[in-house]
Write a protein that binds this ligand. Structure first.
Ligand code: MRU
Length: 373
């Protein structure tokens, strides 16, 4: 699935010139439509409106979007170019507050340019490579390569999460899995995080049976998860959010796997609103609740989940739920887009380097140290 890509718009060598290309996820499942852009306001708007959404996908889109915008810079020196990159990165990185991958990706690009490490690792600053136009061209190229590296790395991370998570399915044909929101191929560069072990199990003939919460108010579970799993031939059953308890009581699910937007150093995990409730239900029914995420979703700077900023979204997402008025037009609404599941409800965090288990403060610290963070 190509939810986020770079598309070349010229014939020269290298990646430039080009544009950010996105599947417009607001139009799914009705239409599979792509948009291409190199305009900063359009990129920020696409992230805010959930044209592109899901923590890893918005990180990749932000890095490629930054490249697309900065390639048009008319800066005459490396210093002036870097100042422009920092300004665009700050604006794009602030488009949504909860998923840490967004700021992580643009900051990684900025740091790479600042360090001059784009210069084939010779330790020589890119700025030192010629002056004026030549130095700016080298920086544009370095930015493009870093953004593409983030995209390629995300694909590899998702595959590895799938390979590690599939251990939970081994010897258990037809296991029931409940997931919330969309943490699949559409939410990443490919394959997904929470859905990666499911795709890996399907590839091994283990025929998992997935229950997808529809995920009010914006229906990512119904519009996106059900769509992509169905398209991939995975057995998927859509349920309304308020049916999860009954489905668990009836013994239809043996595990829950969800994605994450930000994981604090103690394992507390922010994910789509409703995830916390699912975790409580899973605990009540003795069903293991797993989070799947790459290192880029872990924010070691935050000690606990209460420090994670929670995005508040427009009231009309709830009042106009299905493209029409579904509540009094002036009805007061509270619309947090995410909630935080306490670490104590999480049986394991499926990462690209294995499944982390409690005590999370220690296992997350060791994991991040191995990732070089
Ligand atoms: O508001 P969204 O659709 O961006 O929310 C997405 C989620 O909550 C996902 O579960 C999370 O970003 C993980 S995506 C691999």
């Amino acid at each position: 699935m190509d939810a986020v890509r770079w598309t070349r718009t010229g014939t020269g060598q290298g990646m430039l010139p080009g544009k950010l290309r996105l599947i417009d996820q607001t139009r799914l499942p009705g239409e599979l439509v792509y948009i291409e852009t190199d305009d900063r306001d359009e990129i920020v708007d696409a992230i805010k409106r959930l044209v592109v959404r899901g923590a890893p996908a918005i990180g990749c889109a932000a890095a490629l979007g930054l490249t697309a915008v900065c390639q048009h810079s008319g800066a005459k020196s490396a210093t002036a170019f870097l100042a422009e990159v920092r300004e665009h990165a700050a604006v794009i990185g602030a488009a949504r507050p909860t998923a840490v991958n967004l700021a992580w990706a643009v900051n990684r690009c900025v740091r790479k340019l600042e360090a001059g490490a784009g210069d084939e690792g010779r330790g020589e600053r890119v700025e030192g490579k010629g002056t004026g136009a030549a130095a700016v061209a080298a920086l544009k190229d370095a930015l493009a390569r870093e953004a593409l590296a983030i995209l390629d790395e995300d694909m590899a991370l998702c595959r590895a999460i799938g390979e590690n998570g599939v251990a939970l399915f081994e010897g258990r044909k037809g296991v029931g899995v409940l997931t919330h929101c969309n943490a699949g191929a559409l939410a990443t560069s490919d394959f997904g995080t929470a859905l990666a072990p499911i795709y890996a199990a399907q590839e091994r003939g283990l025929a998992p049976r997935v229950f997808a919460d529809e995920t009010r108010p914006l229906l990512q579970g119904a519009r996106l998860t059900a769509w992509e799993l169905h398209r991939a031939g995975v057995d998927v059953t859509l349920i309304c959010d308020n049916m999860a308890a009954q489905v668990m009581r009836e013994g239809r699910v043996q595990m829950v796997i969800v994605g994450a937007d930000r994981i604090a150093a103690n394992g507390d995990t922010a994910n789509k609103i409703g995830t916390y409730g699912v975790a409580i239900l899973a605990r009540h029914h003795g069903i293991p609740f797993y989070v799947a995420a790459p290192y880029s979703t872990i924010d070691s700077a935050l000690a606990q989940g209460s420090q994670i900023p929670i995005e508040q979204r427009a009231a009309d997402e709830i009042r106009h739920g299905f493209g029409r008025l579904t509540a009094p037009a002036d009805c007061k609404v509270y619309n947090p887009a995410f909630d935080v599941t306490p670490a104590e409800l999480i049986a394991g965090i499926i990462t690209e380097r294995g499944i982390l288990r409690p005590p999370y403060p220690e296992t997350i610290r060791e994991f991040m140290a191995r990732c070089g963070g």
